[in-house]
Design a binder for this molecule. Sequence first.
Ligand code: LMR
Length: 397
Amino acid sequence: MWKSIQPAPPDSILGLTEEFKKDQNPQKVNLGVGVYKDDDGNTPVLSCVKAAEKELLEKQTSKSYLPISGDAAYAAAVQRLIFGEDNDVITAKRAATIHAPGGTGALRVGGDLIHKFTPDARVWVSSPTWANHNGIFGAAGFEISQYGYYNPEQKSLDFDKMMTDLGKIPAGDVVVLHACCHNPSGVDLDSGQWKKVADLAAEKAWIPFLDFAYQGFGDGVDEDRFAVEQFAAAGVDFFVASSFSKNFGLYNERTGAITVITPTAEEASVAMSHLKTVVRTNYSNPPAHGGLVATMILDTPDLRKMWLEELAAMRDRIVNMRKSLVAGLAAQGVEGDFSFIEKQRGMFSFSGWSDDVVSRLRKDSNIYVVGGGRINLAGLTTSNIEYVCKAVADAMK
Ligand code: LMR
């Protein structure tokens, strides 16, 4: 069967990790995949997760299937986290949430659901966007186009272009938006700008699809839901794909959710019935462990407090690494103003390093950066930052 079939190219992000793992050089640095690392270069299990797992281990009595939609307590905890406790979406029961396997699974379930009813809709992604958005929505059967977002010369958001492009998108098309900590650029909208985008969505009747994978990595759990709140207040149909991979460090537990928000409770219950059909015909029902852990943490005040502190520590370390990188590049005499790195938010920075610099970093210094120059700030540590800055200085000569 496979004799005449060409191999597929490696994934632009996860393929880089495979290469990194094979690299024998002890000085190698992975600034690729969006995984948090502490200052020792480890991706630890959070203490709140360990504590919840210990309790689960003792209390759990069965590994029987979860419902197709996942655990109801998990869905309720997800809704409180992404909308805020008293949001009208929750009290009016205007949202249907299911546990999906990670943020990617959530995007795909949402994509499949939309495609089932509006196969001719087009999906619009920001220029640039997370590479897998194209893969996921393409695999769901959509044609994909881009709207303006990032200005590479100014290294900032091109809000005018974004609004002009979004203003031309036809009703019923799907617009993928990064709710916070834009991946890959690290450049976000401010609160006034989000309000304008939500108003435009209501006016033009395109469908916002919010990718919310980094809640808590911008300014904080409550602050980072501003975009979601604006769309909720606008009363429009929209989707939120959320994930606990990053903010709970539950990467390999595939703990995400897709939430469909509708103007009325009746519509939400119709949406739920179809979400279940999509899940049943894909993977039947979700894995349980990560959802049980996250629910226990979110619903237990002591564990929740511990989690918020651990999340703040991750966020603060990344902010410090932004500062160290800017200072370190200056100290190595790298030409140019890199202060924009400190203004960007979340795990990533669009470094502005050319493809040539990215490939020299890899070849000469065993430093792995995603094509296009996206770097994961959490890959930097106090031990490797000088090595990285010197390598950048050499690669830019
Ligand atoms: C990333 O962008 O690096 C992460 O979201 C991990 C992934 O699946 O690509």
